[in-house]
Design a protein around this ligand. Structure first.
Ligand SMILES: [Zn+2]
Length: 433
């Protein structure tokens, strides 16, 4: 996409949350968040050119060809980054959802024909155009809520042709949608029920890993290591082959449903960007993550909807791990799209300070994807990806999460004005006898 030639000046912002000192190892305090009160931001040629107190804004920027926005009473923060989603699929899993609330477990539902395999069948039955339309609708909503970059995993194809098809559809949408999409190959999401285990592992290693690289579909891989999914040995084997094939970014679904011992079994941490979920993680492994610089991506929605144990958050923060927060959007356990709900759930459910989660959904998440040198902070030289919200203090992001007035989203320096266009679904009238 082209870079806008106009210079935008965002003036008199009540607060600019810069996250300039991030990514943060361990705890994030208000002092570390880099808050500018009564701030201004200069956006020039797609990038942040300057940020600071409005009174220090150089008159040089106030030329004729600049567009000045008076944003008194608003705050600006880095565009949200979602480091873990399963956004490309067909169908839904309403039945799973309702069965779970009747007391059935994830594994029981999977055995009865629900779970990932249900979505694989629905996705396979969805034509390309419909799959792309559904994905675009989801991305539209994320973008309007302030998400400027989102990681999207494949994984509902589970055959050579279908996994490639999902990544191709993703690539086509990525080329036209303003949101930044980072595709991850998750062919190792589950074993397909229409193929023998060993045969599918063979398809992954012999066919899919080389093809994904050869066709330039993704350099990022994820493996779901858990009971009923891939074993520790299979996961380590896949990572070895993936590295040989040229994958440079590794994410892992680790210790989600059960303690697998995966983290303990990893000798080579090279290219492992993040380990995600960690509900059953042994807290003693926090030190290893801190030493190796691996991000912990925590996913509150799945944690609460599946009633999983709380990850060892305090141990991770104590050890100095970079802790990011993701939505884990997926049709089974979190079909929602509002990132501010994820924000609220992390704060209230896990008793985390607002600052910790705000950083977790911006600069820490950028680190989880290793794009923190380009985005996730409001600092000179970085891409101008930011969100303007009509509230006077960042605390309202949590306090009134369900009715946040997001007014502007800047992506690569291009402004998008957000308008509330949702049709009125219900109305009422007074009824007087
Ligand atoms: Zn996931």
């Amino acid at each position: 996409m082209t870079v806008p030639s106009v210079t935008y000046i965002l003036r008199r912002l009540a607060q600019v949350i810069t996250c300039e000192a991030g990514p943060y190892a361990g705890r994030v305090t208000p002092e570390r968040l880099g808050i500018v009160e009564q701030g201004s931001i200069v956006v020039h040629r797609g990038r942040i050119a300057w940020v600071g107190p409005d009174r220090d804004l150089s008159a040089e920027w106030l030329r004729q060809d600049t567009v000045e926005l008076d944003l008194s009473g608003h705050i600006a923060l880095p565009g949200l980054i979602d480091p873990h989603t399963h956004l490309i699929y067909g169908g839904d899993r309403l039945n799973d959802w309702m069965e779970r609330l009747r007391g059935r477990t994830y594994l029981e539902i999977a055995v009865q024909g629900g779970g990932i395999w249900k979505t694989v069948q629905d996705t396979r039955a969805t034509p390309d155009e419909e799959l792309k339309r559904l994905l675009e609708l989801r991305l539209d909503r994320l973008f309007a809520f302030g998400v400027t970059t989102v990681e999207v995993k494949s994984g509902y194809g589970l055959s050579e042709a279908e996994e490639i098809r999902l990544l191709r559809c993703l690539q086509q949408v990525q080329a036209t949608h303003p949101i930044g999409v980072m595709p991850t190959f998750l062919g190792a999401h589950a074993y397909p029920r229409d193929m023998d285990r060993a045969a599918y592992l063979d398809v992954l290693v012999q066919r899919l890993l080389p093809e994904v690289i050869r066709q330039g579909l993704s350099l990022s891989i994820d493996v779901f290591c858990d009971t009923g999914a891939f074993t520790v040995e299979e996961t380590l084997y896949l990572l070895t082959i993936a590295r040989q094939q040229g994958f440079v970014a590794i994410h892992l679904h680790a210790d989600e449903m059960s303690p697998t011992g995966l983290l303990e079994a990893i000798d080579d941490w090279k290219n492992i960007y993040s380990v995600d979920h960690l509900n059953h993680m042994d807290a003693r492994m926090a030190r290893v993550l801190a030493e190796t610089g691996v991000a912990a991506v925590l996913l509150p929605t799945t944690c609460f909807h599946l009633r999983l144990p709380t990850p060892p958050i305090q141990a991770l923060l104590e050890a100095g791990v970079v802790v990011a927060i993701g939505s884990d959007h997926n049709p089974g356990t979190h079909p929602g799209l509002n990132p501010w709900y994820v924000f609220w759930l992390a704060c209230v459910g896990w008793n985390l300070p607002v600052e910790q989660v705000l950083a977790g959904m911006t600069v820490q998440a950028a680190y989880g994807l290793r794009i923190h040198g380009q985005t996730g902070r409001i600092a000179p030289g970085l891409r101008a990806d930011l969100v303007v919200v009509d509230v006077p203090h960042y605390g309202y992001l949590l306090y009134q999460w369900d009715s946040l007035p997001v007014r502007w989203v800047f992506k690569n320096g291009r402004p998008y004005q957000i308008r509330e266009t949702a049709e009125i679904r219900y109305t009422w009238m007074s009824h007087e006898e």
